[in-house]
Design a binder for this molecule. Structure first.
Ligand code: SAH
Length: 364
């Protein structure tokens, strides 16, 4: 029997024909009632959920980001500031950041928090996570980035990967766009199809590509980065995004679905698995540079966290909790180990021209 999400997608396809991959991912993930992030009553993120993220691995991750923010805020002049977090999940990263801010009462009094989150149940979790650290009058929520006045810092961990992509497939020297079609098979209701490539997107595709190659583009990520650029260039602003992906553009299918910490069929349990894809950081940097905004060279999570001093932090934690030494070592390895998150995860940082004269973010 089809689930509510599957029935909804089947009806959409019957009415309007096959949908592009991007439309499919957006609906599967963020449909207000049936989408993956909305409908999971238990939270998808964390040891008991479907996947685990860096802040959920260890408090050390959020502490490093907290110290990084304090440094940037001081360089920006130490005024009132809005700290915007995109896709905050359970709110763990922000809670760890706010704990670090306790050492800086001036910042705690001057910071406004804005969470960008589509899921109502995760918004609730975020409220619960931060309320012990900050007066909730200083915290607000939105479903997308809106206009923002005054200095701001925008952060996001594993947010960009959740935004939809389109896939272009090369056949007989021409590009086609991948679609989702209704095609009931033994264990699923959908299959991939192809349609003529959207003319708007053709300009972003590389010219000399072999047949059967797949090339991914993400109009949603480009639009989101442009929204960030508009906001940070209104005043002084700095943005930091951490996510998995490649620092050089290349062909390949990176779409994946994860459920209960295992890879699963993207077209299988739609609405019940987390569908993501790798970030093409080079293409995002091109968008940023076109907007006359300063962009640090993309670095790895390993380099960034070690430069910020995560190994010293691990030593201090180990000294104060001798019985947890093995756990702390393995958490550290998970965050910075080359075969773990360390090299796959990259760090993107960009800031307004207005900030560039005063700001030199650490970690690059
Ligand atoms: N940053 C968190 C969670 C990452 S999961 C962590 O590191 O643990 C992705 C998060 O982005 C979830 O909170 C999800 O609800 C949110 N999200 C996904 N798509 C979104 C969109 N289009 N707009 C706003 N939030 C979105």
């Amino acid at each position: 029997m089809a689930s509510d999400m599957q029935t909804y997608l089947i009806n959409q396809i019957k009415k309007q024909g096959p949908m592009t991959l991007g439309n499919f991912i957006e609906r599967a993930m963020t449909h207000p009632q049936l989408g993956y992030y909305a409908s999971e009553s238990t939270h998808p993120i964390g040891k008991k959920g479907d996947f685990i993220t860096a802040p959920e691995v260890s408090q050390m991750f959020g502490e490093m980001i907290g110290a990084w923010i304090i440094d940037v805020w001081e360089q920006m002049g130490g005024d009132e500031i809005t700290l915007i977090e995109c896709g905050p999940g359970r709110g763990t990263l922000m809670a760890d950041i706010m704990r670090v801010f306790k050492a800086m009462p001036a910042l705690t009094q001057k910071v406004h928090i804005r969470f960008i989150e589509t899921s109502k149940s995760l918004q609730e979790a975020q409220k619960n996570a931060v309320q012990e650290y900050i007066d909730l009058k200083r915290v607000s929520w939105g479903e997308s980035l809106s206009e923002q006045k005054g200095p701001c810092i925008i952060i996001g961990n594993e947010f960009l990967d959740a935004l939809p992509i389109e896939q272009a497939i090369r056949k007989n020297g021409k590009w086609y766009q991948r679609t989702l079609d209704f095609a009931p098979e033994e264990d699923r209701f959908f299959s991939y199809g192809e349609q003529a490539m959207d003319l708007e997107l053709i300009q972003y595709l590389p010219p000399h590509v072999k047949d059967n190659e797949i090339y991914e583009i993400s109009p949603a990520r480009n639009k989101f980065i442009k929204d960030c650029l508009r906001i940070i260039n209104n005043d002084s602003g700095v943005a930091l995004f951490i996510d998995y992906g490649h620092d050089k553009t290349h062909c390949g299918d990176t779409l994946q679905a994860v459920r209960k910490h295992e890879y699963t069929d993207v077209l299988g349990d739609v609405g019940k698995s987390d569908i993501t894809s790798h970030i093409d950081f080079e293409s995002l940097c091109e968008v940023i540079k076109k907007h006359d905004t300063h962009c640090e060279p993309v670095t790895t999570q390993r380099y960034f966290l070690r430069k910020l001093g995560i190994e010293h932090r691990a030593q201090t934690l180990k000294a104060s909790a001798k019985d947890r030494n093995n756990d702390i070592n393995s958490d550290l390895d998970r965050l910075v180990g080359r075969k773990q998150m360390g090299d796959l995860f990259k760090v993107l940082c960009f800031y307004s021209k207005k900030s560039a004269s005063a700001v030199k973010p650490n970690g690059f």
